[in-house]
Design a binder for this molecule. Structure first.
Ligand code: URA
Length: 434
């Protein structure tokens, strides 16, 4: 076997690795035989030189095998999960999981942290005081048996290779690569003992895959791996140009998720959540056709039972919602005033980066996140303001960060784009396999 240094030279020069070399490299990353510098060098070379289908498959299976597997059939229900390729204001997993559980599915969810300019479900969950995103295996299994769900992140136990590489990708500009995204997502999902997976494939200016063609290429790579593992998968391609819903930030998105489950969500969040829930129910084989799936999901959504399940999930994993809500009342806030006229379409990527700089994400691996840094919009893009009025409120735990965020958002709001009369549907296309 070549040394890590030799392997890196080969990848730098555009040579492919064998499956055994990929496996050796992944194991070396986990044991520490390959340093973080070497792992980062691999990631950059993978982005500039690309990974072929065989390398992507080997990366996925080696990363999945780098930790423990949950095992199939722990819950009496069909285990169906959903994962997103990454968006801005993407709180869909938080809304969807309680709904899917109420629809009679098991949802063993291993999610990611903030990545590049996008937020991560794990960071959002950790904004709830006390919430544990790392659990021992027996506790995850027990939650699945008794309550049909848990929500955790990658850990030293589950997909540890993805945990290490993901953290490095976040801060080294090495996110936007089909092979790295496909293997990162599927390595986590293959440990969950799933009966099916629904992928929310984000497409647009604030997605990692900005064009539909790139997103389709990512889906094709993922499909190849899922076929080889006999894992049924559905891809829902959704638009990711403007912020999803009314908030960007960790705690503010938790609050929006709760409000959505209580029936007060913005239309785009409702639309994406409902379609993904329908696809999960169809994959679970709970109903015979799409109309019945739609009815089942609509009944659960209108019952409002999801709010109770949402709080139950948080409590079972140690979360203290009220304590976080009280703390949030004391953080710094500034209103953003807009001029009378159409509310501009603000670049979601830039907004997300502004929240990240205010403390909502990491600039280097060791940064500690401010759970309260964020933006809440009171108006949708393209809404009409009759008079000059408050369009959004920004929040941060440190006054100087709050002020800086206010200035950045005010500036972004000044770069008005051509008004669009009606917001288009977020759903672009759906592919089903299995
Ligand atoms: N989600 C992941 O888990 N990994 C990625 O690379 C992108 C989104």
């Amino acid at each position: 076997m070549k040394t890590i240094k030799e392997l890196l030279r080969a990848k730098r020069d555009g040579h492919n690795w064998t499956a055994a070399e990929v496996e050796f490299f992944v194991n070396s990353v986990v044991t520490g035989a390959a340093s973080n510098a070497q792992a980062a060098a691999f990631l950059m070379a993978a982005c500039t030189r690309g990974l072929n289908t065989m390398e992507i498959a080997a990366l996925t299976s080696s990363m999945a095998a780098s930790g423990a597997q949950l095992g199939r059939g722990l819950s009496s229900r069909k285990a169906i999960d959903k994962h997103s390729t990454g968006g801005v204001g993407d709180k869909i997993s938080l809304v969807l999981t309680p709904i899917a559980v109420e629809c009679g599915l098991a949802v063993p969810m291993i999610s990611g942290r903030g990545l590049g300019h996008t937020g991560g479900t794990t960071d959002k969950l950790e904004s709830v005081q006390g919430f544990q995103t790392i659990l021992p295996m027996d506790q995850m299994q027990q939650l699945l048996v008794e309550h049909h769900t848990f929500m955790v992140g990658q850990s030293d136990l589950i997909a540890p290779a993805d945990k290490i590489l993901y953290r490095l990708r976040d801060v080294t500009g090495t996110v936007e690569n089909v092979g790295l995204i496909a293997s990162s997502i599927l390595s986590k999902k293959l440990t969950e003992g799933l009966d099916g997976l629904v992928m929310d494939m984000k497409v647009g200016s604030a997605a990692f895959m900005q064009s539909f063609d790139d997103s389709r290429q990512l889906a094709e790579e993922m499909l190849r791996i899922c076929k080889a593992c006999s894992l049924p998968i559905t891809f829902v391609f959704t638009r990711m140009d403007t912020v999803i819903g009314n908030s960007v930030g960790n705690w503010v998105e938790m609050v929006e998720a709760e409000q959505t489950l209580a029936g007060n969500g913005w239309e785009d969040v409702n639309e994406i959540t409902k379609q993904l829930a329908i696809e999960m129910v169809l994959l679970g084989g709970e109903v015979a056709n799409e109309d019945l799936a739609e009815k089942k999901v609509s009944d659960v959504i209108s019952s409002g039972r999801g709010v109770t399940t949402f709080h139950d999930i948080l409590k079972r994993q140690g979360g203290d919602w009220d304590a976080s809500a009280k703390k949030f009342e004391r953080v710094f806030s500034k209103d953003i005033v807009g001029l009378a006229g159409a509310v501009p379409h603000v670049d979601a990527r830039e907004l997300s980066l502004a929240v990240l700089r205010a403390g909502g994400g990491r600039q280097i691996e060791t940064d500690v996140i401010d759970p309260f840094a964020g933006i809440v919009f009171h108006k949708k893009p393209f809404d009409v303001l009759e008079h000059d009025g408050v369009v959004a409120t920004v929040y941060a735990s440190l006054p100087e960060k709050c002020l800086a965020l206010q200035r950045e958002v005010e500036q972004l709001l000044q770069t008005t784009m051509a008004p669009v009369v009606e917001e288009p549907s977020r759903i672009i296309d759906i592919w089903r396999w299995g």
